[in-house]
Design a protein around this ligand. Structure first.
Ligand code: PLP
Length: 420
């Protein structure tokens, strides 16, 4: 966009060469590596432009038409636009686009509806849950009494009967449905039934699957969960940030949960970026994108399963899957660092009933949202699958696996993301 031409004689107009060089190195890194981190994606230049806009200069505590600062007429316009677009995308009646991140969105919901020591029932971290769903190191685990449900040992999938039984025993004030590393469809209808039977609120954290829901590749939580929280930077392919969706009757509670409850002034430049991303997700092409993410994921997962790797839960329904490395005598840490050194970037991940710590882990998590965003398809998934398989099976033989680096980089370079 390049809409800025500095007029002020006082402001510094010199580019910061040091920072610019680091940014260029990061652009190169993103271009030359195949990113399979399930929570990452590439924001479009229009999103990046909006994020880098003069809206960063503006203080705007409050909400449209109710601000604590003057000069907010265009802030009101951009925030209202972002809200309207998000409501259109998810067919919702109320949303808040101010959360700085997914954790901020979750924390604001807790503050809005819970009192300290109230009970939460959420998914165990090792089984796919998130730190902000009650981990002892997170505010959620310190302020509330948290109980965790696990996946079934056999199927490694959620067992809704067990969750219901737990909910009946524990009587939580809030049940959380949502995950960071759960490769299967989440049945929000079943969660609604459980919440209704036990008198709990239901919060769906769709941080990972927001783009899949927007693209009709995962059943929606809207209309079922009392509160839906999410992030804009994962499958939704927008700027880093969060959002909350709910019925209108919760508007004041949730708005105050964000400001002044847990945040100060909104990051209006990020809200501008969100507005752009929501429009992009409303385009018909986004549905195709979401479909391709899942197709690519199933293809890559299926390939690696045929190569003999144990896939947690036996497969995937969404944008990610987990490989259990236990039989290979390697940790997730070994696998992720070895692959990263060969230009294939993914993350180590705990798996259900993992005996290793989150620093080592017995698994890796693989996601296809970013690779799909750069235009990769079935053919590329096959190549990437072959390389991952080869590297994992020969990871201690550096000489043998070294040529994969050049191959992965060449493939990445055939699908450039950004140029400068
Ligand atoms: N909720 C879930 C389910 C997530 O997977 C994540 C991030 O990975 C978050 C919340 C937190 O998002 P953020 O990093 O934006 O705070």
């Amino acid at each position: 966009m390049q809409i800025y031409n500095l007029q002020s004689p006082v402001l510094n107009n010199k580019p910061d060469k040091e920072v610019e060089d680091i940014i260029r190195k990061e652009i190169d890194r993103q271009n030359h590596n195949i990113t399979l981190i399930a929570s990452e994606n590439y924001a479009s230049p229009a999103v990046l432009d909006a994020m880098g806009s003069v809206f960063t200069n503006k203080y705007a505590e409050g909400y449209p038409k109710h601000r604590y600062y003057e000069g907010c007429e265009y802030v009101d316009e951009i925030e209202s636009l972002a809200r309207n677009r998000l409501n259109e995308l998810f067919n919702s009646e109320y949303c808040n686009v101010q959360p700085h991140s997914g954790v901020q969105a979750n924390t604001a919901v807790y503050l809005a509806i819970l009192k300290p020591h109230d009970k939460i029932l959420s998914m165990n971290l090792k089984d796919g849950g998130h730190l902000s769903h009650g981990n002892v190191m997170n505010i959620s685990g310190r302020y509330y009494e948290v109980h965790f449900y696990n996946v079934d040992r056999e199927t490694e999938q959620m067992d809704y009967e067990v969750i219901k039984k737990m909910a009946k025993e524990i009587r939580p004030k809030l049940i959380i449905a949502g995950a960071s590393s759960y490769p299967r469809t989440i049945d929000f209808k079943k969660f609604r039934e459980i919440a209704d039977e036990t008198g709990a609120y239901l919060m769906a954290d769709i941080a990972h699957i927001a783009g899949l829901i927007a693209g009709d590749m995962h059943p929606t939580s809207i209309g079922l969960a009392d509160f839906t929280t999410g992030t804009t930077h994962k499958t939704l392919r927008g700027p880093r940030g969060g959002f909350i969706i709910a019925e209108k009757k919760y508007a004041t509670l949730l708005d105050t949960g964000i400001f002044p409850g847990t945040q100060g002034g909104p990051l209006v430049h990020m809200i501008a970026g969100k507005a752009v991303a929501f429009k992009e997700a409303l385009e018909p092409s986004f549905k195709k994108y979401a479909k391709n993410i899942v197709e690519n994921c199933k293809a890559l997962c299926g390939f690696l399963k045929n190569e003999g790797f144990r896939i947690v839960s036996g497969g995937t329904d969404n944008h990610l899957f987990l490989i259990d490395l236990t039989q290979l005598d390697m940790t997730g840490q070994d696998a992720s660092t070895t692959l990263a050194s060969l230009n294939i970037v993914l993350n180590k991940n705990v798996i259900p009933f993992d005996k290793l710590s989150p620093n080592l882990t017995s698994g890796i998590r693989i996601g296809t949202a970013a690779a799909t965003a750069r235009g990769m398809g079935m053919e590329e998934m096959q190549k990437i699958g072959e390389w991952i398989s080869f590297v994992l099976k020969n990871w201690q033989n550096r000489t043998k696996i070294a040529p994969i680096k050049g191959k992965a980089r060449k493939l990445a370079d055939e699908f450039p993301v950004y140029n400068y």
